[in-house]
Design a protein around this ligand. Structure first.
Ligand SMILES: [Zn+2]
Length: 282
């Protein structure tokens, strides 16, 4: 890879404070950017106002800094990028690749879990509608930097997914891809729970005629009962009085156990981790 052009990002949604699962993702994407002498951007995915927790945008930044994870450039707020999302939507519309869909979740489920294109050829739409993309690519394989060639067996990658929701908000896939294009992101590092999302997003990159970035999916942090560690499952916020301990636990999840002789200081741990990550990746 070109040593100067790598651009990576960490893109949390401000629906709560960062927890151990988010620290693993932040750290994995940070290490990839450092090892590639690249930029590591912080993008806050705040496109869903009802899900934003008061104070979370600030607390995410405070938490990253406390762990020595300092991003490059200014923080990017997706809420500021509506104009660009509209630009992408109008481009898709001009290509006749969007259509309104009035189906409810219950109606889709009644037909069979995934969306089969019911509204593609409807002449008249009466109810409030979302916008769907005519998915021409149906990505079923992706090439992961860590995991190699992956088969993605999900109906979600076959369907015409939503790009603008009924409530007028931009959908995750649209905003994420638009910003990755706009920021020139060369590699997306995210959790394994988003492999299907990556496949959908690859279809959007291709529809827009853009080169695919690389992707690297990190192992998920699970709770004792095997569920994904997430805000929805009430994963506890990171304790900022234990940043060294947090980093050591996160590195353990990334298969980089920190040796005992490393000084228990965030910078020393990160310096060691960058070298160890470089040694462990192909
Ligand atoms: Zn529909």
């Amino acid at each position: 890879m070109n040593q100067t052009s790598y651009i990576g990002r960490f893109a949390p949604s401000p629906s709560g404070p960062l927890h151990m699962g988010s620290l693993v993702t932040a750290l994995g994407s940070f290490l990839q950017a450092k090892v590639n002498n690249g930029k590591w951007l912080l993008r806050i995915d705040d496109i869903d106002p009802p899900r934003i927790m008061a104070g979370a945008i600030e607390s995410i930044q405070v938490t990253l800094k406390a762990h020595g994870l300092i991003w490059d450039d200014d923080v990017i707020l997706q809420s500021q990028n509506s104009q660009y999302y509209e630009h992408i939507l109008s481009q898709l519309s001009r290509q006749n690749l969007l259509y309104p869909c009035e189906c409810t979740r219950a109606q889709i489920k009644a037909i069979g879990e995934f969306y089969s294109g019911t509204c593609r050829d409807k002449k008249q739409i009466q109810a409030p509608y979302s916008l769907r993309i005519k998915n021409q690519f149906n990505i079923s394989q992706i090439n992961d930097v860590r995991l190699g060639q992956l088969e993605v067996n999900s109906n979600a990658t076959q369907e015409d997914f939503i790009v603008r929701r009924k409530d007028g908000l931009y959908a995750y896939h649209l905003a994420s891809v638009a910003d990755d294009i706009n920021l020139g992101v060369t590699e997306i590092v995210r959790g394994e729970d988003l492999i299907t999302a990556t496949a959908c997003q690859w279809a959007l990159f291709k529809t827009l005629g853009k080169a695919l970035p690389q992707c690297l999916h990190l192992p998920l942090v699970r709770s004792a009962d095997g569920r994904k560690f997430s805000k929805q499952n009430h994963a506890p916020a990171l304790n900022l009085n234990k940043t060294e301990e947090n980093l050591i636990i996160a590195l353990d999840h990334l298969n980089l156990p920190v040796p005992k002789h490393i000084p228990q200081q965030t910078q020393a741990i990160l310096d060691w981790a960058i070298q160890a990550w470089a040694d462990s990746t192909p």
